[in-house]
Design a protein around this ligand. Sequence first.
Ligand SMILES: NC(=O)c1ccc[n+]([C@@H]2O[C@H](COP(=O)([O-])OP(=O)(O)OC[C@H]3O[C@@H](n4cnc5c(N)ncnc54)[C@H](OP(=O)(O)O)[C@@H]3O)[C@@H](O)[C@H]2O)c1
Length: 374
Amino acid sequence: MRSMPTPGFATAEGTADYRARFAAALPPTHFRDFRGVSLSSIGLGTYLGEPDPETDRLYREAVIRAVGLGCNVVDSAINYRFQRSERAVGEALRALFADGGVRREELVVATKGGYVSFDGGYPANPNAYFTETFVRSGVARPEDLVAGCHCMTPAYLKHQLRRSLENLGLTSVDIYYLHNPEQQLDEVRRAEFTRRMRAAMAVLEEEAAAGRLRVYGTATWNGYRVPPGAGGHLSLQELTGLAREVAGEGHHFRVIQLPLNLAMPEALTHATQALDGEPVPALTAAARLGTYVMASASLLQSRLTRGMPPFLGEILAGLETDAQRALQFVRSAPGLGTALVGMKQEAHVLENLATARVPPAPLEQFERLFTKRG
Ligand SMILES: NC(=O)c1ccc[n+]([C@@H]2O[C@H](COP(=O)([O-])OP(=O)(O)OC[C@H]3O[C@@H](n4cnc5c(N)ncnc54)[C@H](OP(=O)(O)O)[C@@H]3O)[C@@H](O)[C@H]2O)c1
């Protein structure tokens, strides 16, 4: 039998208490304020890994360990490891709340919907799974699917959010992302895409009103990184305007996720966003529009953890390993809120959270990365 879901959500007071517990160990700049809530500048991601019980255990333990070391942001998605990542996060949260040391109000839990989510493993017959799970129950029609794997109709999103809450053992997620909505642009025209986004936003606003999510956003890969005119381009200003049309100034479209790392600096360096006609990088657009930004793939899926040029260590001083420097780069980027890093091995959790003891690089130091060539 499933246990009762844990009620509540991250609050200003709860996250301030969490931050205060680390006051002696971590510099205050490790935490960022967003609409009163304190979020750690390093968050734990749960994308990679085998869909097996051992990986479930590793993620469960990693979340518990990371929360104990000053990480109060956990990121998942319903399709990660066929729902197993969300379930592992759910187990970790239950354990953290059960021993009384951590309260729901202290943690920012994010997840995503939009991809077809299998259940525990890859099904022998994915089409039959889709028909059985979604078509027969009236949740989705085959024609709602894009690229055979992506769906963001209101009915599908409502269903997926409820399933995510079950997996996480919560009544509310702090952030719910539309997962890679730019995928839809592979197959549908802009006008239809906008219609679908508007419908998705309308249903997510309803879910916010019902208390099942606190804010929503778009988790993206290419969307905000590619310039206007490129196939999958997303305009943050247009999407924010759409949310305003749907729900007024009090809309809940407040967070985006995009890749940012030493090898993918576009969100910082490329003017891919038009803001009132002015070309600016995505981080600048987000800052001006009041949108919180989480970076995905901070370590380029571990490829930035070894063999980096020595000048990185000279500029990003006080850190011992390439992984820490790669993470330091991301969390020091002006306008970036939280750098997400996938970590399930305890040694990685310890190494990555040790970065939090060093304040993010000041702007002047950070800018030297772009002038000095190793
Ligand atoms: N479009 C999207 O929405 C999108 C796309 C990609 C990622 N994300 C989110 O962003 C999170 C981070 O991205 P990611 O997981 O793809 O990539 P990542 O954070 O760049 O790299 C994760 C990989 O690096 C390894 N690692 C972690 N710390 C390390 C260290 N100190 N030394 C050596 N290796 C280390 C991890 O190993 P272990 O796990 O074995 O510890 C894992 O294999 C994801 O988990 C997900 O939550 C979202």
